[in-house]
Write a protein that binds this ligand. Structure first.
Ligand code: GLV
Ligand code: MN
Ligand code: MN
Ligand code: MN
Length: 399
């Protein structure tokens, strides 16, 4: 089945009727359905499926072993996300295996398709959770204690879904089997439209992180409390949203976003007692993202003090700038015949793996240039072109 045909098969899973697009999150029913679907598709290709101690799924073509060529991506989404971010890399991997099988190719090295768990952090807040746990880049106790917006811990959600969270943690065996990792992904910007190319090889992923700003004030009555008597945390929160844009605009190539802001208790006629907002900040280079966040935190503290409120700032995740493996990049470009190279501002499991194993990425053109939105798109012809390109490079890498 072609990659575009496989995408059609899961088009109804996890649709978000309220927000539009898809909401597929770790250990929810949509994600479970996609895991079952993946297991069945891999089974039809004769692959042997196993789930590792961190909930990542591995489908092996032949015997599992060291120096494996591994490809894959993720099946979860952001809230109200698109159909391609994640699933495109998974369906393309399955399509690529089918293409290679039909031409009679047998890998000379171990070969696996992987689906990483909770790549977006859409439910528990930390992106690339499955690959971070696997590589030991997050403490398993910290991971187990993460909470979703309803207050459910990762440990409880995992247990209810039939996983054993006590096993979460660094997986030396799984990591040591990966000889090289390649992730195909929909492009999340306008690079390939402007270059007029259906695919590109990934060059770098810029540093990125998430910080929680928690403003505390005094909850009170919206009608009975004089303006002069208020300590309303919404005011410094709103001022901070403005400061994020103002301060980031002064830093070359910085991106900074407040996409989530939660007042508690959240009533129209209630002055909030606390407001939490989450800052997503990304600046190319090393150390510059933290410096940007420190400046924003200073503005937040000033705005909080002016309203008689306080603010605490907590780093929830951070990943440094990553350059993908030079040898792998050259090899991909060689096989694909000089396709362009593109940097990205989006995070990926490939970037979490990159410090540990040679890793690389392929991007497929997105004619809207939009991602993390229902408008994210890829033409079926480009999707299938991407899967054939992936098959070509996998053949070269696993001979
Ligand atoms: C993940 O897609 C991210 O970079 O936000
Ligand atoms: Mn994403
Ligand atoms: Mn993704
Ligand atoms: Mn991502």
């Amino acid at each position: 089945m072609t990659a575009s045909g496989l995408l059609d098969r899961i088009a109804d899973v996890g649709r978000d009727r309220a927000r539009g697009g898809y909401s597929r999150h770790a250990f929810d029913s949509a994600e479970a359905e996609l895991r079952e679907w993946f297991t069945a598709e891999a089974g039809w290709l004769g692959l042997d499926v196993e789930t590792d101690r961190n909930g990542n799924i591995w489908a092996w073509w032949g015997t599992p072993g060291p120096d494996a060529t591994v490809t894959g991506s993720h099946l979860d989404s952001v809230p109200g996300g698109g159909a391609f971010d994640g699933p495109l890399g998974v369906v393309s991997a399955l399509d690529a295996v089918g293409i290679l099988q039909r031409k009679g190719f047998t890998p000379g090295k171990p070969f696996a398709v992987v689906v990483f768990a909770e790549e977006e952090g859409g439910r528990f807040g930390v992106p690339c959770l499955g690959s971070r746990l696997l590589t030991g880049s997050i403490d398993p106790d910290q991971a187990r204690a993460l909470r979703d917006p309803d207050g459910t811990t990762l440990a409880d959600a995992a247990s209810r879904a039939g996983y054993d969270p006590s096993r979460f943690g660094p997986d030396r065996e799984a990591l040591s089997r990966i000889g090289r990792f390649l992730e195909l992904h929909v492009e999340q910007g306008r690079g390939l439209i402007d270059l007029d190319s259906p695919v590109a090889v990934g060059s770098t992923v810029i540093a990125h992180g998430r910080w929680r700003f928690s403003f505390q004030g005094q909850g009170n009555h919206a009608g009975a409390t004089l303006l002069s008597d208020r300590r309303d945390p919404m005011l410094p929160a709103a001022a901070t949203v403005g400061a994020v844009r103002r301060i980031a605009a002064g830093v070359p190539d910085a991106r900074a976003t407040v996409g989530r802001l939660v007042p508690t208790p959240g009533g129209t006629n209630v002055i909030a007692s606390t407001v939490d907002l989450w800052l997503d900040a990304r600046v190319p280079g090393s150390g510059l993202t933290e410096a940007l966040v420190e400046d924003i935190a200073g503005a937040a503290r000033e705005a909080a003090a002016a309203e008689g409120c306080t603010v605490t700032v907590t780093k929830e995740s951070y990943s440094d700038t990553v350059a993908f493996d030079g040898g792998l990049r050259d090899r991909l470009s060689g096989v694909l015949g000089g396709v362009p190279e593109l940097p990205t501002g989006a995070g990926h499991d490939a970037a979490i793996l990159a410090p540990h194993v040679p890793s690389g990425m392929l991007y497929v053109r997105n004619p809207t240039g939009i991602s993390h939105s229902p408008e994210e798109f890829a033409e079926a012809a480009d999707v299938d072109h991407g899967a054939r390109a992936l098959a070509d490079v996998l053949e070269d890498l696993s001979r």
